[in-house]
Design a protein around this ligand. Structure first.
Ligand code: EPU
Length: 417
């Protein structure tokens, strides 16, 4: 097992390039299953989740080849092989295999997804969507088996605006007979990215990015080439790290519109933020104001940035409150920040943070974004080396993290435990 070592206290300075979005990539890779000829995805991030997904596509009989940061996927000889165990358990996003295989082959057997289990994460809305499209869904010893003689378009109201359910229903409905309407759909940029790929494959989708998505099913989908949107969570993490270290960083290859909630909060704290066409510059300041943050569905403040933001708020003067209205209890970073001397109290879905200096400690990343929070915290520490274990979680979501931080002047390295 590896650990991440950070001798903090150095302001981050320079430029960082943001890679393609993980949460788009893990939906676009299975979406390629729906095509009957080659799909090329450009700007793919180099992440363990992407590597596992490409192996799953090969296990299903597809051919996959990397060309730089592009991947060519030929799904023409794939079949719906049951995948009750193994790699699907490593990924949360393996649930997209359900919608993609159901759409192309009319059946799928997939083990319940794994990934970052910071709290129970049900998939009842995905299942409700598949059933509305005419599929029969059974749970067989921890595997979900879904099959349909014929998928038929339907009107589906999501009880929660779930990113995963919205995408999964879009995948299956693209090949259903007739029209599907998803009401109370999630509006995250990753949904628009998947709809853009599906449209380039020949699907008929309107309204992605709004709460009502209309899909007119088609008989077949073909190959295409698509470039993945930049990773807004990675970008937000570097924004926070630049501010926390009082640095000056140009975060390049971002869509500033995706960052509006983060930008607004940083400005409210007193951070200098400059929005450019495809970049954001963060200029840190000696002191920051405490603020209140509510993590909500998009376009609200992203829950995936709640944990790193908690670390930045330890650097503000006074008491900040950060609440998560997407997940009930996504605070596994808090006990670790307490080890580093943070003054944080948990109350229901909120963390109440009193600003103050953090100290070097041995801490453990319990999930991906909790790990990002510990990295930001470690970068601020001036009294020694912070040791972070659980690096395998961080590797799931941050392409070239150590390289990028070192380029920005941080004293960061990996060690074997
Ligand atoms: N929910 C249900 N039933 C469902 C689906 C979701 O009750 O059938 C609830 C969840 O328990 C949660 C809320 O709805 O409280 C939102 O969940 P959503 O389905 O939107 O999340 P997801 O699709 O499982 C994706 C990202 C997460 C990100 C969320 C919210 C991927 C692979 N994962 O998860 O990313 O937190 O959307 O934006 O796209 C991460 O990157 O660290 C991460 C966890």
């Amino acid at each position: 097992m590896e650990k991440l070592m950070i001798r903090g206290g150095r302001p981050l300075r320079g430029t960082v390039q943001i890679s393609g979005a993980k949460n788009s990539a893990v939906a676009l890779l299975p979406a390629a299953i729906l095509a009957e000829s080659e799909v090329i995805l450009d700007n793919l991030p180099q992440l363990s989740d992407v590597a596992v997904y490409s192996e799953i596509l090969e296990d299903l009989g597809g051919s996959v080849s990397w060309r730089g940061d592009s991947m060519a996927i030929d799904p023409s000889s794939m079949s719906s092989i049951p995948m009750p165990n193994g790699k699907v358990k490593l990924l949360r996003a393996s649930y997209y295999l359900m919608g993609a295989l159901l759409g192309r082959f009319g059946e799928a057997t997939i083990g319940l997804p794994g990934g970052c289990n910071f709290e129970p994460r049900p998939i009842d809305q995905h299942i409700k969507g598949f059933e509305a499209l005419g599929a029969e869904v059974t749970n067989d010893h921890g595997s979900i088996r879904i099959s349909a003689k014929e998928l038929r378009g339907a009107k589906i109201y999501l009880d929660v605006a779930s990113v995963g359910a919205t995408i999964n229903i879009m995948l299956a409905a693209s090949r259903a007979k007739g029209s599907t309407i998803i009401e109370n759909a999630a509006k995250e940029p990753e949904i628009i990215d998947v709809a853009t790929l599906l449209s380039a494959m020949g699907a008929k989708i309107k309204g992605a990015g709004t709460e009502t998505i209309r899909i007119e099913g088609v008989d077949s989908l073909h190959g295409c080439r698509h470039s993945i949107i930049p990773d807004r969570i990675q970008a937000g993490t570097y924004m926070v790290a630049a501010a926390a270290t009082r640095g000056d960083v140009l975060i390049d290859n971002v869509i500033p519109k995706h960052m509006e909630a983060m930008t607004a909060k940083l400005l409210e704290m007193g951070v200098e933020v400059h929005e450019l066409d495809e970049a954001i510059r963060i200029v840190g300041q000696p002191s920051y104001e405490a603020v209140d943050v509510r993590a909500l569905v998009y376009p609200g403040f992203a829950t995936d940035l709640q944990s790193p933001m908690t670390s930045l708020l330890t650097q503000a003067s006074g008491v900040s409150i950060i609440s998560d209205y997407v997940y009930n209890n996504r605070f596994k970073h808090v006990p670790e920040l307490l080890r580093m001397g943070a003054n944080i109290r948990l109350e229901g879905r909120s963390a109440i943070i009193e600003g103050g200096a953090l100290h070097a400690a041995k801490v453990r990343a319990a999930d991906l974004r909790a790990g990002a929070a510990l990295v930001v915290a470690g970068l601020t520490v001036t009294d020694g080396v912070t040791e972070i274990t659980g690096v395998e979680y961080i590797d799931r979501g941050y392409d070239s993290l150590v390289h990028n931080l070192r380029e920005l002047g941080a004293d960061v390295w990996r060690e074997s435990d």
